[in-house]
Design a protein around this ligand. Sequence first.
Ligand code: SF4
Ligand code: SF4
Length: 59
Amino acid sequence: MKRIIVNRYKCAYCGACVSVCKFDANELVETYLEIYPEKCTLCMACVKTCPMGALEVVE
Ligand code: SF4
Ligand code: SF4
């Protein structure tokens, strides 16, 4: 199953990916970006928006 993962070393916790997610599938929790695979539709909006290239799709 495909899912989005965040590279914690690249992520700047800017919240841009949270702003563009229409499915409430991600959230900034303190200093960590949480992604909820059960809500994620793999629309890729967050991946395209991230200025740090910190998000990617994995199997
Ligand atoms: S791929 Fe789409 S649905 Fe999934 S977390 Fe990113 S913006 Fe939200
Ligand atoms: S847009 Fe990228 S850098 Fe910003 S919080 Fe999301 S994953 Fe981190």
